[in-house]
Design a protein around this ligand. Structure first.
Ligand SMILES: *[C@@H]1O[C@H](CO)[C@@H](O)[C@H](O)[C@H]1NC(C)=O
Ligand SMILES: *[C@@H]1O[C@H](CO)[C@@H](O)[C@H](O)[C@H]1NC(C)=O
Ligand SMILES: *[C@@H]1O[C@H](CO)[C@@H](O)[C@H](O)[C@H]1NC(C)=O
Ligand SMILES: *[C@@H]1O[C@H](CO)[C@@H](O)[C@H](O)[C@H]1NC(C)=O
Ligand SMILES: *[C@@H]1O[C@H](CO)[C@@H](O)[C@H](O)[C@H]1NC(C)=O
Ligand SMILES: *[C@@H]1O[C@H](CO)[C@@H](O)[C@H](O)[C@H]1NC(C)=O
Ligand SMILES: *[C@@H]1O[C@H](CO)[C@@H](O)[C@H](O)[C@H]1NC(C)=O
Length: 383
């Protein structure tokens, strides 16, 4: 274990000890010490953070000349209809977060001001998120947006309390219902399951923390523990096979990536979900990394997601569709299990060594997972 890992563990223990029932802020994907680490690694031109930062800063979503795509009154994500509003929301949410991180790293307030403009413009405009896939739209873009909002709220003074209050109402009234599938009128083709379910879980945990709503936060955690179709053991089996491993590797990565983000946010609140069920999530990353690196893995055709028939399952063999198309989801779990806890993740490590620094999500799925994880989550320079 290196010094940073020890410090990180120490901070975790202290945080846990002082848990008084209130939330720690900033405390979604990044705590204050995470933000400080990113800044000091980049300003100190340390690798791999510096190289990772140069490509992050060159991305259009990190730029002061980013042109806001929305805001839209209606965001529709639907299999049969135009998804223009959804695309605007996804890009703007990602931009808000990247700009907030640019502010943290460079201390240049122009980035915070632009991120705030994005938050305020959507808050003042959006009235509904609907369509067959509204849940994914609200959960995935919602997680990006609320992560941006958390950093801006607790590190920048230019977002007015009135606008923060309105943003909170938008989360509660517009994002939370489709995310949690609690809107009775919503036409849901699919229940709360598989990658939809884990997307919802991470978003509900994120919203709960931002809103300082312990009931909502606990509800998000309880879904991971015991929801009918998106619980941890139903999502990843003891060998690490995911319930969508037979479908394709893109949805598999989305699902395990979601759980990594959910666990990271709980960790920043002093709770260790990573160790649930004998580090079950670690097994999921290892199995998926191993298969995507080209190795053979055991496959149990009796282990698959709920309603698999809706998406072409159940599947007799593991799917090679999108095999080796790496998504940027690997550094977060490695930083935790490998660097902080000293656990072995040989296949995840092999993938990181081949493909770091990582970058954005795929263009057609820009808001799916945290992304840019080398910059944001890497703890150990010597991997
Ligand atoms: C912020 O960054 C922009 C773009 O690099 C630059 O033009 C501006 O002078 C910077 N502002 C401050 C306060 O450093
Ligand atoms: C979304 O909501 C708008 C406004 O109520 C409505 O006009 C539109 O038909 C809805 N779209 C879907 C796919 O439900
Ligand atoms: C917290 O969220 C729950 C939904 O999970 C809601 O029923 C409750 O009213 C919220 N509490 C407050 C104080 O807003
Ligand atoms: C849910 O929580 C119970 C009690 O803490 C635990 O025994 C069980 O393993 C958990 N299940 C999952 C899927 O995490
Ligand atoms: C967990 O999910 C699986 C299917 O995904 C289901 O068979 C199992 O009953 C669920 N567990 C609980 C506690 O609901
Ligand atoms: C395969 O998965 C099913 C469903 O989870 C389980 O009941 C069975 O024990 C598994 N078989 C093996 C060999 O692990
Ligand atoms: C992918 O799997 C299919 C069977 O589903 C097989 O026919 C094909 O050869 C495989 N492709 C590669 C590149 O392995």
């Amino acid at each position: 274990m290196n010094i940073r890992a020890i410090l990180s563990l120490l901070i975790f223990v202290l945080v846990k000890a002082k848990d008084s029932g209130s939330f720690i802020h900033p405390g979604l994907l990044h705590s204050s010490s995470d933000l400080l680490r990113m800044r000091s690694m980049v300003t100190g031109e340390r690798e791999p953070w510096n190289t990772a930062f140069l490509s992050f800063a060159a991305d259009s979503h990190s730029s002061l000349s980013y042109s806001i795509q929305g805001p839209d009154t209606i965001v529709t994500r639907d299999r049969k209809m135009s998804n223009v509003g959804n695309n605007h929301l996804a890009h703007d949410s990602v931009a808000a977060l990247q700009l907030a991180l640019m502010y943290s790293i460079t201390s240049n307030v122009s980035y915070a001001a632009l991120a705030t403009r994005i938050l305020v413009s959507w808050t003042n405009t959006l009235t509904i998120i609907n369509g067959s896939d509204a849940q994914l739209a609200a959960a995935l873009s919602g997680t990006q947006l609320v992560n941006a909002a958390e950093i801006i709220r607790y590190t920048y003074s230019g977002w007015s309390s009135e606008d923060i209050f309105k943003f909170e109402n938008m989360l509660v009234n517009i994002f939370y219902p489709p995310t949690s599938q609690t809107t009775p009128t919503l036409e849901q083709q699919y229940p709360f399951e598989a990658n939809w379910g884990t997307s919802g879980e991470k978003a509900i945990i994120a919203f709960g923390i931002f809103l300082n709503n312990r009931t909502m936060y606990q509800y998000g955690k309880s879904l991971i523990n015991s929801s009918k179709c998106a619980n941890l053991t139903g999502t990843i089996n003891p060998e690490g096979q995911a319930s969508e491993s037979g479908r394709d590797q893109a949805h598999t990565q989305l699902g395990i990536g979601n759980l990594g983000e959910a666990f990271q946010m709980a960790w920043n609140q002093g709770e260790d979900l990573f160790s649930l069920v004998d580090n079950r999530l670690l097994a999921g990353f290892e199995y998926t990394a191993k298969y995507n690196l080209g190795y053979t893995v055991p496959y149990n055709e009796s282990f698959y997601r709920c309603d698999a028939f809706l998406v072409g399952g159940p599947w007799p063999i593991i799917s090679n569709t999108t095999r080796g198309m790496w998504r940027p989801i690997w550094e977060l779990p490695y930083a935790h299990y490998g660097s902080i806890k000293g656990l072995s993740m040989p296949f995840t490590l092999q993938q990181i060594k081949r493909n770091s620094p990582d970058g954005p999500n795929p263009a057609n799925a820009i808001a799916d997972n945290a992304a840019w994880e080398t910059l944001r989550f890497r703890l150990d320079p010597t991997l």
